[in-house]
Design a protein around this ligand. Structure first.
Ligand code: MG
Length: 245
């Protein structure tokens, strides 16, 4: 069931989203060769708590960290640890914040030092596909319009869109209905004012197929190619979508 939020609820999510944006902005600055993924996790929890937020991901289905940090061929759900970021890596930072009973969820992919032209292009196309999807997220349009815009954008640039993992509704729960595939599966749900959605294209430089890492959390590209991930939490309004985080 899709839960439509009231203006007051969206206002809480707006404040929650500001915390999350501040966390990701801080992490973006701190990413550099030599830092460990665990250090990024520590910075994230410090920033969240300093602003009165809680980490949505901690213990979610048993997830053992505060944020997801996924490097190179890791698509999503990387567990922060001892891994040291190297010049030329790309790193996806996915975080969720809970405030006053509501969640927001967002992700960015960042270059570590100097990266390849291919990696730069992958990051730029993934972010562009998220913008293309959000441009369709209007009252009266359908969920499938978002999916089609994302898939069309990514494939026109020669990259592939992950199919096994999708965006989702977000708000009282971290994951609510509806699922938001980043590829076309049909017309989908009619978008109505007050829906709050986490749209999150995951884009691979090679094929779209994925595999699970030995730790059963991190999702990897099946062919070892690079992957990037961008996510915003948005609210459907009378006009164009409002980005909450
Ligand atoms: Mg998400």
């Amino acid at each position: 069931m899709i839960i439509v939020k009231s203006p007051d609820e969206i206002d809480i999510m707006r404040r929650c989203g500001r915390i999350l944006v501040a966390v990701l902005n801080k992490l973006r600055i701190e990413v550099k060769p030599g830092i460990t993924t665990r250090e990024l996790d520590s910075i994230a929890i410090h920033e969240m708590e300093a602003r009165g937020g809680e980490p949505s991901f901690k213990n979610y289905q048993g997830f053992p960290a505060n944020i997801c940090v996924s490097v190179n061929d890791e698509i999503v759900h990387g567990i922060p640890g001892e891994r040291v970021l190297q010049d030329g890596d790309i790193v996806s930072l996915d975080a969720g914040v809970k405030l006053n009973g509501f969640h927001t969820d967002a992700a960015i992919t960042v270059s570590v030092g100097k990266v390849s032209q291919k990696a730069k292009e992958l990051i730029s196309v993934t972010e562009g596909s998220l913008q293309a999807g959000i441009a369709q997220a209007n009252c009266g349009a359908y969920l499938g319009d978002i999916s089609a815009a994302i898939q069309g954008y990514v494939e026109s640039k020669g990259f592939s869109i992950v199919r096994e993992y999708t965006g989702h509704g977000v708000g009282r729960e971290l994951h609510e209905d509806p699922q938001i595939p980043n590829f076309v599966v049909g017309k989908g749900t009619l978008l109505r004012k007050g829906m709050t959605l986490a749209i999150e294209p995951m884009v691979n430089a090679g094929g779209w197929q994925t595999k699970l890492a030995a730790n059963r959390w991190a999702v990897l590209t099946a062919d070892g190619s690079l992957s990037a991930h961008f996510e915003h939490t948005i609210a459907i309004t009378d006009n164009k979508a409002e980005i909450l985080a």
